[in-house]
Design a binder for this molecule. Sequence first.
Ligand SMILES: [Zn+2]
Length: 414
Amino acid sequence: MTVNKFIRNLLNLKEMAVTHFELDDRQRILNLWVKPYKNGCRCPECNRRCRIVNETDTYRIWRDLPIYGCSVLLWYCPKETLCRQHGRVQENIPWADAYGRVTYRFEYAMLVYCQMMTQKAAAAILKIPPSTLSDILHRTITRIREGHRIRGLKTIGIDEIAYCKGRKYATIAYDIDRACVVWVGKGKGRETIDVFFNEMLSDYQKGKIQWATCDMSQAYIGAIETHCPNAKLVLDRFHIVKKLNEAVDQVRKEQWREASVDERRALKGLRWLLYRHSSTRSKRQTRILNQLRKGNRRIHRAWILKDEFEQFWDYKAPWAAERFLKLWTTTALKSRLEPIRNFVKTVREHWHRIIPFIESRITNSTAEGLNRIIKIVKNRASGFRTLQAFTDMIFLAVGDVDLPAQISEDFRTL
Ligand SMILES: [Zn+2]
């Protein structure tokens, strides 16, 4: 076995031969001069063998996986060929995409590492600067997702998410049945979501959507009702609960403002206690809240109403749920608590979008689960400066395409 062949086998270089090598010991770079293994050039479009028309001496360099702390660079001068069907084209490079600066093998490792760790950590392992990795990652993901179409969307969820420390927003569309993200768009509101419906879905696909869920923003409700003629809209449970929690908190704040120094002592630490779902409250915590009956009647009343409202989600029959909600709203209106009364107004306004929850059972918990993953991705990178980097990570973590699996099996080695 020649040394060149030994290196080729050692590094498991497929579809190529090593003609020459040089180890830059100081910079820890292994330079390999290679050529496609099979004789003759092929057209990248049709893979037909073609005649060589031009042999250039401009080298292109591809980065491969590093070994033993050494970066590995492949050097080769691609030839120009004449394809009968596609004309003058640069020959097919078997180890990389036509415009790629890294090998398929490198792309695969990069995708897998970025699913597991921060881009910074992945960049350190792959021995490239983080900004370069972010660049290559984006190109790879864009190439793999190119021409990808959304399929079989029946239950859609729309939500907004803040990135870059809460100053910028992105709108995310979920496929709730398959628990994945199908689209990410810049900004929030009607304009953003209209782009999704107009550009990503055909009329046929829009007609196929049966259920939709979103928050109470008029922008998303309006968009869904305009674009999805057959969809039944169910307001997202978590957003409704959040609204009610906010109302209760407002009551607490008002009481706090009016309270004397002595009274305030009793109201301390209530904020998070009031947010708690009854199932996650300890006995001691419930006792503290019950003591409010004597301490502060208004907060107590708000809390009781909030606790009662939880029952709504457990109903199995729509008529029973509706009866409950009618009773609850009547009681709540009589409470003389302005924030709660405002919440009731919201509920009445969206009545026909809340009751279908019982029938549909869309809890949006899948979407919530996805949101959680997105938040982890977001925190791991401690806020993304650009939406592009954020979108890449979302598609990598919870997108509708398994990205590493799109790389040919021959190159899936780490
Ligand atoms: Zn061709």
